[in-house]
Write a new protein. Structure first.
Length: 178
């Protein structure tokens, strides 16, 4: 009886280790990560935005019914995380063949800085390999009109807003001059 109990315990421990290992390493996932960990006080982390939120996780959570207009082609001037978007979005709702918008030459520096400030105030920030040079890390800021959360057919626009900054926004936050 004691041998059976020891055997059962050993099997349970090995099964737990196996399940943990598969859970940690067997499935791709996009996670929230803190930046620098100067504190573990959650109110400070939230208030000072000391975290990185993965763009794909935000899209999956808040814009699952959206149409992704222009994330570009992964590996050819588009976001590397674009490949993971196919897990949640059908190909017909992802504009891989459309390049990321780059309005930097079409708007004034003041307008662009005002927009970047708005993005940082209202959005979630992340760091990912740059679409224009995967050897560099770029900041991606994701924000949207919160009234449009989970709106079917909402159009998501990918925009380059700086040398190393990109934005992912819903179409109500951008306009196109005529």
């Amino acid at each position: 009886m004691i041998k059976f109990g020891l055997f059962s315990s050993l099997v349970a421990i090995l099964a737990s280790i196996g399940v943990s290992a598969v859970s940690l390493f067997g499935f791709p996932r996009d996670l929230v990560a803190t930046q620098g960990l100067t504190t573990f006080d959650s109110s400070i982390i939230i208030e000072e935005k000391l975290w990185n939120e993965a763009p794909t996780q935000l899209l999956y959570t808040y814009m699952r019914g959206g149409v992704l207009l222009n994330p570009g082609t992964p590996g050819a001037g588009g976001f590397e995380f674009g490949n993971r978007l196919t897990f949640a979005y059908p190909d017909v709702r992802i504009g891989f063949d459309t390049n990321i918008a780059d309005p930097r030459n079409d708007v004034s520096d003041d307008e662009l800085e005002t927009f970047r400030s708005f993005l940082r105030t209202t959005g979630y920030e992340s760091v990912t390999p740059c679409p224009h040079d995967p050897a560099l890390d770029c900041e991606v800021i994701f924000t949207w009109n919160r009234d449009r959360t989970n709106e079917a057919g909402v159009q998501i626009v990918f925009i380059r807003v700086g040398e190393l900054q990109y934005a992912v926004v819903d179409d109500s936050l951008v306009t196109r001059a005529g």
